[in-house]
Design a protein around this ligand. Sequence first.
Ligand code: PMV
Length: 334
Amino acid sequence: MPVATALAHPNLALVKYWGQRDVALQLPMNDSISVNLSGASTLTSVTWDDALESDQLEINGAPATPQTALRVSRHLDHIRTLAGTKVRARVLSQNSFPSGIGIASSASGFAALTLAAAHAAGLRLDSRTLSSMARMGSGSACRSIPDGFAEWSTSPDGDSYAHQLVPQDHWELSIITVHFSPQPKAISSLEGHRAAPSSPFFETRLQHLSLTLETVRRSILERDFRTLGMTAEREALSLHSVAMSSQVPDHPHLSGIYYWQPETLALIHAVQKWRAEGLEIYFTLDAGPAIHLLSEMSSRTPLLDALNDVLPLLDGKLILSTPGKGARLIADSE
Ligand code: PMV
């Protein structure tokens, strides 16, 4: 039975994707830039098996929820169509990190799934095609395909995928993710994308993004940490300003979407205080309570010392990353 195993890292957006131009095709309203997180990963193996009547999906050793199983089966349908097969698959997926904390397991999950499923089906796809296909599973998954830093373009012509800006060894940034006890996310990122245009600040955010993209792109190429850090921090706050002022159709009791927890806010204040004291660190936040701390490698030890003083109070846990590689095969056999 053809089987393949692939590993992919989640990615951290430095310029965020928020809002969709096309829901069915997962086309974004804006371009985005990200870096893969070397310290977290998803390992997925896919076996195409003639004897199966339906796809089977296990995540972290337990059967997936019907909703996730359906989403994965639909994704496998794209690969079946391309490979010209009707065979069903057994998918085993393992995350090295908790889900629902603000690290996108759907990004690493769909990147690893796309590569393993395509390879086991005998398809030999280039990075662009893999990225475009991974996008159909979860938008941001397209950015976990290339190595290092990636840019995902809206591509008005239809084919939207992420390409590599620079590889992981271009810049050994330190990224420390601080996460707290997992809590079920009240509002999924999918609902957040749909609600975004209802914010009075959405259009303003989009107007500012071309300058933000240019600044972040250039600061990565020139390894200009101060510019990257402050621009990424402000950009995250811009997304959250939109989220907090969005109306979510299925949740009329909500005046806006708050992904932050009290611990998140405590660390936002701590980062700004440490920075005033001379520790050059910046934060960014995705659609969850985890906070990602960016610094140069030379500041990692002083930052860890500072974190040690506050983490016991917040019951926080750390994931240490540098820019990570893209999705890759670990094993395959016919
Ligand atoms: O790919 P999705 O639908 O999980 O959306 C990701 C949204 C953010 O993580 C908040 C931003 C981003 O660009 O990754």
